[in-house]
Design a protein around this ligand. Structure first.
Ligand code: UD1
Length: 418
């Protein structure tokens, strides 16, 4: 069983390069199905999710060629992935729905799987596709979408990241103009729109809640480098804040991380942005309040890592999770390590200032796994994280290697380490 052994860490120091964003790469890979021409993507992160998405593209009929960290994709003719078991491994597999519906006028796939952090329905994706003129049928855990798409006005009841991405990808080849109101505006969505624009799509309002897409006949190939991972950068920033470190996160885009950086700075961490990336120095000392919200609000993906930081500040911190209904699973594991956290519904009250103790803990989802690794850095004694689900490898490119490069001592063990 893959597991990690974390020894107490000294102050982290040095420079580490931020990898390409998983959440930007996954929709961009799906979007490469929108053209018959070759797409070349640079700096692909080595993640299980990236590998699975590339396999799904192959199942859809695309040719995939890897050259170092670059990937060439050519989707001459494409077909639905139908009931392929890969679809169940990853929530983001649903992102092939929009491109297939747009290019082929039909798509059939098994409902996606993914991290167990909530119900995660896809009703907003499907309602939007219906607005674009598609017929949508659900049958025994599979969804089928058919019909030629036409531009439409869509209002999302909630600014869902995945639904916005799917609908933008569906609309770029739909006949006429589509307006998506109350769209999500995470940097990864803007990056997808920039990639689609490089393929010849006509999109206005990129990076806003109001996206307008004028459908085109066809898209062409493109060469693109997706953005750096703001969540990986944020996780490493929390590691620095926990260990009173001094690190340079090379390539990190501070403008994508404002909500987190504001919290760290209020708590006492010294931040400096320069051309190379983001420099952080010092320890988080003051308690904090964090309410997860859609971008540019505080990201739900940073809630678990920042909560570990809150356990080490002096006083009571208050965290409110508003995006996912089951995203406090790390709390039980952190409590095993001695953290004083009380959960009431979607609210977590963290009594900071108590040292953590090394323990044997279990990774329940991707960001919970990262949070436990951070906790292990400052715990007294060794911490063992059982990650039978391989969560960390799904979404972080060698987090243990990056922490070790900054002076930590984290060992990856078990079959998956080889
Ligand atoms: C994406 C990110 C994930 C992040 C999340 C919120 C990727 C690959 N994953 O996930 O890391 O935590 O955004 O920032 O980019 N919802 C519905 N109906 C829908 C769609 C969503 O009710 O049709 C709900 C979900 O259950 C959830 C909330 O909306 O409670 C947010 O989901 P969404 O923004 O869609 O997140 P994902 O795209 O799944």
């Amino acid at each position: 069983m893959p597991h990690y052994l974390i020894h107490p860490s000294p102050r982290l120091s040095g420079e580490v390069e931020i990898s390409t964003s998983k959440n930007a790469v996954l929709p961009i890979l799906a979007a490469s199905l929108l053209t018959r021409e070759e797409v070349i993507l640079h700096r692909m992160p080595q993640l299980t999710d990236t590998r699975h998405m590339l396999e799904i593209l192959q199942v859809c009929g695309a040719e995939v060629q890897k050259e170092g960290s670059d990937v060439r994709i050519r989707a001459l003719a494409i077909d639905s992935p139908r009931e392929n078991p890969l679809l169940r491994t990853m929530r983001a597999s649903v992102l092939v729905l929009g491109p297939l519906a747009a290019r082929n006028g039909e798509c059939l796939l098994t409902m996606p799987g993914g991290c167990a952090i909530g119900q995660r329905p896809i009703d907003l994706h499907l309602k939007g596709l219906q607005k674009l003129g598609a017929r949508v049928e659900l049958d025994g855990g599979a969804v089928s979408v058919s019909g030629r798409l036409k531009g439409a006005n869509i209002y999302l009841d909630f600014p869902s990241v995945g639904a916005t991405e799917n609908l933008v990808m569906a609309a770029v080849l739909a006949k006429g103009v589509t307006r998506i109101e109350n769209a999500a505006k995470e940097p990864e969505i803007a990056d997808l729109c920039c990639f689609l624009t490089a393929m010849g799509a006509r999109i206005a309002g990129i990076g806003t809640n109001n996206i307008m897409i004028e459908g085109v006949e066809r898209l062409h190939g493109a060469e693109y480098t997706p953005i750096p991972d703001r969540i990986e950068a944020g996780t490493l920033a929390c590691a620095c804040a926990l260990t009173d470190g001094s690190v340079l996160l090379s390539g990190a885009r501070s403008n994508h991380m404002r909500a987190l950086l504001f919290k760290l700075s209020e708590s006492g961490v010294i931040l400096q942005e320069d051309a190379k990336g983001l420099r952080l120095r010092g320890r988080a000392r003051h308690p904090m309040e964090a309410r997860t919200l859609s971008y540019p609000g505080f990201p739900t993906d940073m809630q678990a890592p920042l909560m570990v930081v809150a356990t080490q500040t002096h006083g009571l911190s208050v965290f409110l999770e508003t995006i996912f209904e089951n995203r406090f699973m790390h709390v039980v594991e952190l409590s095993r390590m001695g953290a004083q956290i009380r959960v009431e519904g979607q609210l977590a009250l963290i009594q900071g200032g108590k040292p953590l103790n090394g323990a044997s803990v279990t990774a329940t989802d991707l960001r919970a796994a990262a949070a436990l690794m951070l906790a292990g850095l400052i715990a007294q004694g060794d911490t063992r994280i059982d990650d039978a689900g391989g969560h960390l490898m799904r979404g972080y490119e060698a987090l243990e290697g990056k922490l070790n490069a900054l002076g930590a001592n984290v060992q990856k063990m078990g079959e998956e380490a080889m």
